[in-house]
Design a protein. Structure first.
Length: 188
């Protein structure tokens, strides 16, 4: 790439219709976005590719370039967008069985994540179930609250515990999941 990402970001801040700047931005950040989503979605490549496209669609929709001219700030914004997109995908997988009626097999528009069907959907669902397997029921409830976008205060209230206790539970849950995923990578 001949143009550094900061120049592409500056050009997009001036004109969001600059196709060459979009191409440079995409070429530079696609590997980062794909790798981030791949890790967050448990190594499901096709699902990570779908999520990565969704990240760039959100960039096109929200065009944050005027306020994020620094490449480091922009990369942090991209990472946050990746987390949000992956959370939406995972939320859909967690809630689709509990919220769907017998006739409705697709997620509602408010939690629908575009993307997987068929084999990808089965693999993602299996990966999510495997991730939740080592958790007890209380820990699964916390994961569901987190995926639904609840903050610590909301989680504390729902569980009838203090804010601090909710923070400790979330911290321990994340550590437990990190350890579980690290051990799974070693086994592979």
């Amino acid at each position: 790439m001949t143009d550094p990402p900061s120049a592409a970001i500056a050009r997009l801040a001036r004109s969001a219709d600059d196709a060459e700047a979009w191409q440079q931005l995409f070429g530079h950040y696609w590997p980062f976005v794909l790798a981030t989503n791949y890790r967050m979605l448990g190594g499901l490549r096709e699902l990570a590719e779908d999520a990565s496209q969704d990240v760039f669609l959100r960039l096109i929709r929200y065009r944050p370039f005027r306020r994020l001219k620094d490449p480091a700030a922009f990369k942090a914004y991209l990472a946050a967008t990746c987390r949000n997109v992956c959370r939406d995908y995972l939320r859909w997988y967690l809630t689709r069985d509990t919220h769907a009626s017998k006739e409705e097999t697709q997620p509602s528009a408010e939690v629908r994540a575009p993307g997987p069907s068929g084999e990808d959907e089965v693999l993602a669902s299996e990966a999510l179930q495997e991730l939740l397997r080592p958790l007890d029921e209380d820990e699964r409830r916390v994961v569901r609250y987190l995926l639904e976008g609840y903050g610590l205060g909301d989680i504390a209230q729902a569980l009838g515990i203090t804010y601090t206790n909710a923070g400790v539970r979330v911290h321990r849950l994340r550590a437990k999941l990190r350890n579980y995923l690290s051990n799974k990578k070693i086994e592979r």
